[in-house]
Ligand binder design. Structure first.
Ligand code: GUN
Length: 306
């Protein structure tokens, strides 16, 4: 039997409709709309697409978005000066610096410089620490969106075995924290894990965020598992399919065609986690604006990460 598809595009649409209502309410109460500032340094093609999509999505729900595009040779001091200005601008509720940054800029210094209450990416150590302590915080968007997709699968997380493959600060670590907060028994696996296929096979919920095209095969998955594929890898099609012209295809970290025959629910790539990440960024912007408007630290939604 083939797995049911967790449709991130559709779920993101309904989340954006909710966010739009929150934006309107905030506008009526505060006489201004939530403001999201996105900073792109350099010309990385993937980052250009991501930041443009974020700007467009913000505008569509009524958030006042601004995209700052800085040249590739921008100094760390110049970027810090911009962050300083945005940190103290009362009309700016959310700040996001697109990663990766050019070599001359220390990523950690930059992320640490964003005020935690405006850190809509949830990457600041204060927000990471609050999340790890099970306290209200701005939660990173991709894990947050992944939790909402798992909720769609109606999988009881309490007592379930969850395996997160990948230990990045952006996805793997916060994902594990959210699953733990939902009372799952969580294993974090990574590139040095021995016998990774066997570890994955224990998972009732398997989240893969490693950036390796189609790493997880059908026989790595427990029958009936919920599989969340965070990967976005552009691969070249073999010439037997593409002919003489170079053709590329977007695939996840999961071999979709194999795994969908084993899992009960699976996210597609594209159209799974990706759209949820952007919708959650918009949601985080509204949460940050409401919390700042109310003059206290961001409150979580009714259920953590969902
Ligand atoms: N680069 C890849 N993913 C992300 C993300 O979620 N946020 C930021 N700021 N940069 C990224």
């Amino acid at each position: 039997m083939s797995a049911k598809i967790l449709d991130g595009k559709k779920l993101a649409e309904s989340l954006r409709a909710e966010v739009r209502e929150g934006v309107t309410k905030f506008g009526l109460e505060h006489g201004r709309f939530p403001g999201l500032h996105v900073i792109l340094v350099g010309e990385d093609p993937a980052s250009q697409i991501y930041t443009r999509n974020k700007e467009k999505a913000a505008a569509e729900v009524g958030i006042r978005g601004k995209l700052h595009v800085l040249p590739v040779d921008t100094s760390e001091a110049e970027l810090m000066a911009l962050l300083d200005r945005l940190n103290t601008d009362e009309e700016v509720d959310g700040i996001l610096v697109q990663l990766p940054l050019p070599k001359q800029i220390r990523e950690q210094r930059v992320l640490d410089a964003i005020r935690p209450e405006k850190d809509v990416d949830g990457f600041h150590p204060v927000n990471a620490g609050l999340l790890a302590s099970g306290r209200p915080s701005l939660v990173p968007c991709t894990p947050r969106g992944s939790m909402k997709l798992i909720a769609l699968a109606d999988k009881r997380l309490e007592g379930a075995r969850a395996v997160v493959v990948g230990r990045s600060n952006i996805v793997g670590k916060p994902m594990a924290q959210l699953l733990l907060a939902a009372n799952a028994t969580v294993t974090m696996a990574h590139s040095r894990t021995s016998n990774l296929p066997a570890v994955c096979r224990e998972a009732d919920v398997l989240v893969v965020a490693v950036g390796k095209a189609e790493l997880v095969r059908g026989d790595w998955v427990k029958p009936g598992a919920v599989v969340i594929d965070v990967g976005m890898n552009r691969i070249e099609l073999p010439s037997s399919i593409a002919g003489d012209t170079k053709k590329t295809k977007l695939v996840g970290d999961v071999a979709y065609d194999e795994v969908k025959e084993v899992a009960s629910f699976i996210t597609p790539v594209p159209g799974g986690v990706g759209p949820m990440t952007i919708a959650c960024l918009l949601e985080n912007t509204v949460i940050a604006s409401q919390a700042r408007g109310a003059g206290h630290n961001p409150a979580p939604p009714t259920r953590r990460g969902q």
